[in-house]
Design a protein around this ligand. Structure first.
Ligand code: SAH
Length: 244
């Protein structure tokens, strides 16, 4: 949990498409939290730092090849405008470290974050080096720009801020909270197209429900995500060793 210093979680986004924000995070839980001042959003239009009357931010790549590259001088000046924020500086990039819930949790417990959204082929390498920017990837696929990735990252962080999601329980049990995928959910009606809700969930027997959910979470993690399963097994075996 973040230190409750009364300051909102401050998000700054550097983009050539400021009108894309807040977009989806302006609605629902995140949108309400934004209105309530639990987090703040500032967009920085990278084009404001362009040097010519066409407001261009990109140029052709040295060494040739397709596409355009975002210029280090323009991006560097835009970054300087947010460098006082005292928050992690992140470039959304397919070359980055894969985002996971542990990183989201760490970010959400801090003061905020500044997010650089790339376009075209991406950003000149030197500006990434000079600012020691953390690169974060959403997954092994290529988006046409960093904006949808920034929105996903903002959403993942904001829902963890105290007071955003009504029931803290629903955060404690969800996927990745304990290294497992979540168990399956069911609601009314009890029977739908011949498919019945598992009896144990109707039993009112809380301990058996808990055991069933854990077994299901373990089963789906083992079947769907061998990588997570191996890590979980190592951790639970480690815990047992400590107890021995
Ligand atoms: N030429 C690059 C892709 C550039 S895509 C390459 O092959 O690696 C343009 C921009 O979209 C990137 O600068 C980045 O900000 C964003 N982007 C694309 N895929 C992403 C991903 N998987 N995660 C986060 N950001 C991504």
């Amino acid at each position: 949990m973040r230190a409750d210093d009364g300051m909102p979680f401050a998000v700054r986004v550097l983009t050539i498409f400021p009108e894309m924000f807040p977009g989806p995070v302006g609605r629902s839980l995140a949108g309400r939290a934004l209105e309530d001042g639990l987090w703040s959003l500032e967009t920085v239009d990278i084009r404001d730092f362009a040097r010519d009357k066409h407001r261009s931010v990109d140029d052709t790549p040295f060494g040739g090849g397709a596409g355009m590259v975002m210029r280090p001088d323009v991006i560097g000046d835009a970054l300087a405008a947010v460098s006082d924020a005292g928050a992690p500086l992140i470039y959304l990039s397919p070359r980055g470290r894969l985002l996971d819930q542990a990183r989201v949790r760490a970010l959400a417990s801090g003061p905020g974050m500044s997010l650089l959204c790339g376009r075209f082929e991406g950003v000149d390498e030197r500006v990434l080096e000079a600012h020691e920017i953390e690169e974060v990837s959403l997954g092994d696929f290529v988006l046409s720009g960093g904006e949808p990735a920034a929105i996903a990252l903002i959403d993942a962080c904001v829902r963890l801020l105290p007071g955003v999601v009504g029931q803290a329980d629903s955060l404690a049990e969800e996927s990745f909270a304990d290294g497992l995928l979540e168990y399956p959910h069911y609601t009314r009606p009890r029977e739908w197209r011949g498919r019945r809700v598992p009896d144990v969930l109707l039993s009112g027997h809380h301990e058996r429900v808990r055991e069933w959910r854990l077994a299901e979470a373990e089963r789906s993690t083992r079947e769907r995500r061998p990588d997570l399963w191996r890590r979980y097994r190592r951790k639970t075996e480690g815990d047992n060793d400590e107890r021995d």
